[in-house]
Design a binder for this molecule. Structure first.
Ligand code: ADP
Ligand code: ZN
Ligand code: MG
Length: 475
């Protein structure tokens, strides 16, 4: 059996105001401080669409290579729940603003505009309404503009969903139309999962997993659900259509509702809104204003600059890191981009993290100063391990690589006599590994290299040390 997965992703747009009224968007403000008669559904009010939200939806459509509908229509999606004071949500139904797109190897079925529901806060010990327990409603979120993106069922595993989800998030973030923060709920992802015999093109019955707040959890939830369906079918059972919740702490799947309880939304055309008919100029200007998107950037780094796969992805997902990397390469064109990328995503990222920083922007290290350090390593004036010590100081205190190297006496040992003496001392002080190397155990050489590096405070060239050790121990 093979898994078939399709995603529905809700993106909260970061406009100033709500989808159909002038209330400001807010996250974390005092509850019910951003409301008005429109988003509280007082009788007789009329919605007015947010132009910026439409522009943002057109940007998303362009980035996902979608066709834009010449006239898309708003509908009322009817359901009764305390987070929905009108008892309907304004959404799009059969004619969404965008259809038939693609991101990477996943086809986009559609993307449509809608308004978010209010936020429910469940209080009390059980978290459910029981006895003195209660549910509260914060209408600040109600009416926030959303774009819902629906993929075709083109995904095949939890890992692929995580990777593709991260690409989608990076792409939308780059457009500047959403905070794409999953923990705060500005990006929410539902996963539809089914299985079928390998080679079949008929879709099996799917289950839907709701709203997990990280792509890691989604990956694990999907893997657990695929496994559950496979075992069920293998033991003669049948998958039933239901909505599931995955608990990442226990690893368990719980049923939220089955098909029998599924909603009938009775979609009706919204009579208070005209169709959205974007002008040709709005559509082209969205396309033309697209920045270089992560997928294109990653392949440029990989194919044109020779950057390794993993580093290319890491860099292209965060504009700030990409800019830093390009700054290093621009500062010194003798530096190989592949090497610069490894320094930025490897040593620099690790050192920043160690010292409690997430991003290079606030750090004391500049692209130009890192370029100098990488250049010193490339020209063999500083060993790789001494350069890491220099970088540690640069991150902590700032400063220029060359000065730090001189101050700390970290220049690579170029005097072959000095290096040979150290190698001989290490052999003498470590007779056991030395003997093992002599008798053909190459791995034992690591201990000797380590001893020389320690004695030289990292100033020795590891390759040269290994070469000398081999030479001395082969006779
Ligand atoms: P529904 O009518 O239940 O909302 P849709 O056909 O609108 O279902 O599809 C919703 C999402 O589920 C889409 O992302 C789609 O790709 C995915 N999907 C549909 N059928 C399947 C299936 N059998 N297995 C996996 N995903 C599916
Ligand atoms: Zn309002
Ligand atoms: Mg549907």
């Amino acid at each position: 059996m093979e898994a078939v997965i399709g995603l529905e992703i809700h993106v909260q747009l970061s406009t100033q105001t709500k989808m159909f009224c002038g209330c400001r968007l807010s996250f974390g403000d005092e509850p019910n401080t951003h409301t008005c008669p429109v988003c509280l559904a007082h009788p007789g009010v009329l919605p007015v669409p947010n132009k910026k939200a439409i522009d943002y939806a057109l940007l998303i459509a362009a980035a996902l290579e979608c066709e834009v509908a010449p006239r898309s229509i708003f509908h009322r999606k009817n359901y009764f729940y305390p987070d929905n004071p009108k008892a309907y949500q304004i959404s799009q139904f059969d004619i969404p603003i965008a259809i038939n797109g693609r991101l990477g190897d996943v086809r986009i079925h559609r993307a449509h505009l809608e308004e978010d529901a209010a936020k429910m806060i469940h209080v009390g010990e059980s978290g459910r309404i029981q006895g003195s327990d209660a549910s509260l409603v914060d209408f600040n979120r109600g009416g926030t503009p959303l774009v819902e993106i629906v993929t075709e069922p083109d995904l095949k595993s939890g890992a692929q969903v995580r990777e593709w989800g991260q690409l989608l998030r990076a792409t939308i973030k780059q457009l500047g139309v959403s905070n794409v923060n999953m923990e705060e709920g500005s990006l929410r992802c539902d996963a539809n999962v089914s299985i079928r015999p390998v080679g079949s093109d008929v879709l099996g019955t799917k289950t839907e997993m709701k709203n997990m707040n990280s792509f890691r959890f989604i990956e694990r939830g999907i893997e657990a659900e695929i496994e559950r369906q496979k075992q069920l079918v293998a033991s003669g059972g049948r998958v039933v259509q239901e909505t599931l919740h995955y608990d990442p702490t226990s690893g368990e799947l719980h049923s939220l509702r089955s098909k029998e309880e599924a909603h009938d939304y009775r979609y009706l055309p919204e009579p208070d809104l005209v169709p959205i008919a974007p002008s040709e100029q709005m559509i082209t200007s969205a396309r033309e204003s697209l920045p270089e998107l992560p997928a294109a950037k990653a392949s440029r780094y990989r194919d044109q600059l020779g950057v390794q796969d993993a580093a290319a992805l890491l860099l292209s997902f965060e504009t700030e890191w990409a800019e830093f990397f390009e700054g290093v390469v621009a500062a010194d064109d003798s530096i190989e981009p592949r090497v610069a990328a490894n320094w930025v995503t490897g040593e620099l990222a690790a050192e920043l993290r160690k010292q409690g920083d997430e991003a290079p922007s606030g750090s004391r290290v500049t692209p130009a100063s890192l370029a100098v350090l990488v250049g010193l390593v490339a020209s063999k004036r500083v060993s790789h391990s001494a350069a890491k010590n220099v970088l540690e100081i640069m991150v902590a205190e700032g400063g220029e690589a060359l000065e730090i190297v001189k101050e700390q006496g970290l220049e690579q040992i170029s005097d072959s006599g000095e290096l040979e003496a150290m190698v001989e001392a290490a052999i003498e002080a470590n007779p056991k590994p030395a003997e093992q190397v002599r008798s053909g155990n190459d791995k034992a050489i690591g201990a000797l290299v380590g001893a020389v590096m320690k004695q030289s405070k990292g100033r020795a060239d590891g390759g040269e040390v290994t070469r000398l050790l081999k030479e001395k121990l082969s006779g």
